[in-house]
Design a protein around this ligand. Structure first.
Ligand code: SAH
Length: 350
């Protein structure tokens, strides 16, 4: 018989599932706590449920789990986790340590369909969406090693292209009986799928980061094909309406590509575009990889760009390349490639 993986269900979904078996609502809360606050691996551990109930559950439901296939630790303490999924696909998560608030960057798809020209994950195309269980299990697996305070959906994949599963995972993350993360500490990062962005805002309250990466449609069309569907003006209009958790600002991510989008004119246009959007700006120097022909900005171009924005009173941070020595920096995740002996899809295409 097909068993239901309980980690695919939100608390509401679990209530319904149990109701179908004639069980009370509070049982769902108990189970949820076992799954997410005690990281239970089996029903046997759930000592406040009767033996009969545990057996009944074990007959119809299961509890999935991810164990890392490999963990690499970078010189700066960044930890890259490789998870092999049941069907042989692999995804990566990256833990970026900080004195008091570790941030975990998780994946939402194996591969990605968005085809941004500078991103390594995109060169592998979309293999498949992750399930809700696979998304939350990345967090549970890393929490067995270290405390996790912040979650960013910035790993492999486009979260809004797997929206149903991502929304359920977010609900599990911020539920008080679930992973119990503050909604101010959970951030979804998107390349800008506008209708999905609007739906996200209606259904769950979390922080939003948007990868803008260009200041003209002409360039953005070229480096981020999603722009041909939702051009910059359409995207910015949607951002203005996006409901954020109390007094938070949208994060605008801007990958600096040397000689492509890092000129003073770009900085000037960026200021104009963002003038009426409550935001902070994350500058990310391009992280080189074998999949793209771009180069990082020069130190001078980066500093000038950063300073221009600061002088116009924007909150700006230039993201250092944490984890770059273990290929764990932004845009360097390649999960599926790490299978021993496998050639890269790029090579296969030749
Ligand atoms: N699909 C989502 C989340 C994954 S990408 C999104 O587009 O936001 C996470 C961030 O990494 C994005 O801001 C993206 O622009 C950036 N990125 C991708 N490749 C990069 C690279 N090679 N160097 C630096 N940043 C990169």
């Amino acid at each position: 018989m097909h068993k239901t993986d309980l980690k695919n269900l939100t608390l509401e979904g679990l209530i319904q599932f149990l109701a179908g078996q004639g069980k009370e609502r509070y049982r769902a809360t108990q189970l949820f706590k076992w799954l997410y606050q005690h990281d239970a691996a089996s029903f046997d551990e759930m000592t406040n449920l009767s033996k009969a109930l545990r057996e009944e559950l074990a007959a119809t439901a299961c509890i999935s789990r991810l164990e890392p296939a490999a963990v690499e630790v970078g010189l700066d303490g960044t930890r890259k986790y490789l998870f092999r999924l049941e069907d042989g696909n692999a995804v990566e998560s990256v833990l970026i340590p900080d004195e008091e608030r570790n941030t975990l960057c998780i994946s939402t798809q194996a591969g990605c369909a968005m085809q941004c020209a500078f991103c390594l994950t995109g060169t592998f195309r979309l293999t498949r969406n992750l399930t809700t269980a696979e998304i939350v299990n990345q967090i549970l697996a890393v929490k067995r090693d270290v405390e996790v305070r912040n979650i960013v959906l910035m790993g492999m994949g486009e979260p809004l292209h797997n929206l149903d599963k991502v929304i359920a995972a977010l609900q599990i993350m911020i539920n008080d009986n679930g992973l119990k993360l503050s909604s101010r500490r959970v951030t979804v990062s998107t390349c800008g799928l506008v209708p999905e962005l609007e739906r996200l805002g209606r259904e769950v309250t979390v922080n939003l980061a948007v990868s803008l990466n260009a200041t003209t449609d002409e360039l953005r069309d070229r480096i981020m094909p999603v722009n041909r569907r939702y051009p910059i003006a359409t995207l910015l209009a949607a951002l203005k309406k996006f409901p954020l958790p109390g007094r938070r600002k949208i994060t605008i991510e801007y990958v600096l590509l040397g000689g492509v989008n890092d000129t003073p004119e770009d900085a000037k246009r960026l200021v104009r575009l963002l003038s009426d959007i409550p935001c902070k700006i994350n500058l990310i120097p391009f992280n080189p990889h074998e999949g793209a022909d771009f180069r990082p900005p020069t130190r001078a171009a980066l500093d000038a760009f950063h300073k221009y924005l600061l002088d116009r009173h924007f909150t700006v941070i230039t993201r250092d390349s944490r984890g770059s020595d273990i290929s764990a920096a932004c845009g360097q995740l390649k999960g599926a490639l790490e299978r021993a002996g496998e050639t890269s899809p790029k090579e296969e295409l030749r």
